[in-house]
Design a protein around this ligand. Structure first.
Ligand code: HQG
Length: 180
């Protein structure tokens, strides 16, 4: 059961963040998909999905990757998109320091260009060092960088906080990064 849920969650991540057209789904400007349509089109694809399963995934996903709207007729990914959508998040004042986990082989480029959003819409930062280490470990030997977020904010860089607690910003210039 758990394995099946994980499989469906990965599939949802593909559909709701990257390739909705894969099952003929369209997301609205803020990234929302119609729940009934998502369920129908996922089943057509041969993956069994019903509302109860979707509810379990929204509630128990390890990173709270997905949210329903108020009446649960729509669902979206909380962050991590590559498709052009606007989450319409309000700008927030970040804490003094945030962390970014990366792999050691990227450090040279990051020293030169800072943190860039690469294929995503934003650079992803976290308030938790352990989370950053895990994220970095997905790419290779993890390195945790410290970002002087509040100073950036004071210098007009805009920060957003996703519904699942990921801090987002457009670009972190090297001057705001502590490389140790
Ligand atoms: C690196 C997960 C070279 C950057 C996590 C990262 C996160 C550079 C990689 C979310 C660079 C991009 C995002 C530069 C940045 N030169 N490399 N100038 N600037 N990089 O996956 O932050 O599981 O797009 O350090 O929880 O690893 O998807 O970003 O290593 O919140 O829900 O380029 O993904 O969430 O990789 O991870 P990614 P990320 P999910």
């Amino acid at each position: 059961m758990e394995k099946q849920l994980k499989h469906i969650s990965k599939f949802l991540s593909l559909i709701l963040r990257h390739q909705p057209q894969e099952i003929g789904l369209t997301l609205d400007q803020e990234g929302w998909a119609d729940v009934a349509e998502l369920i129908e089109k996922t089943n057509k694809r041969g993956l069994r999905l019903d509302f109860a399963t979707l509810q379990i995934i929204v509630d128990t996903n390890d990173k709270k990757r997905y949210s329903f709207n108020d009446d649960k007729t729509r669902i979206r990914a909380n962050q991590g998109h590559s498709v052009e959508i606007d989450l319409n998040l309000a700008a927030q004042v970040p804490p003094a320091l945030l962390f970014h986990g990366t792999a050691d082989r990227f450090i040279g480029a990051i020293r030169q260009h800072g943190l860039q959003k690469m294929n995503r819409h934003h650079v992803h930062l976290t308030a938790h060092e352990a989370t950053a280490r895990n994220v970095g470990g997905r790419h290779g030997k993890p390195v945790v960088l410290i970002v002087n977020a509040l100073i950036m904010h004071e210098q007009s860089h805009v920060f957003y906080l996703s519904a699942n607690g990921v801090w987002l910003t457009d670009h972190v210039p090297p001057a705001f990064i502590e490389f140790n």
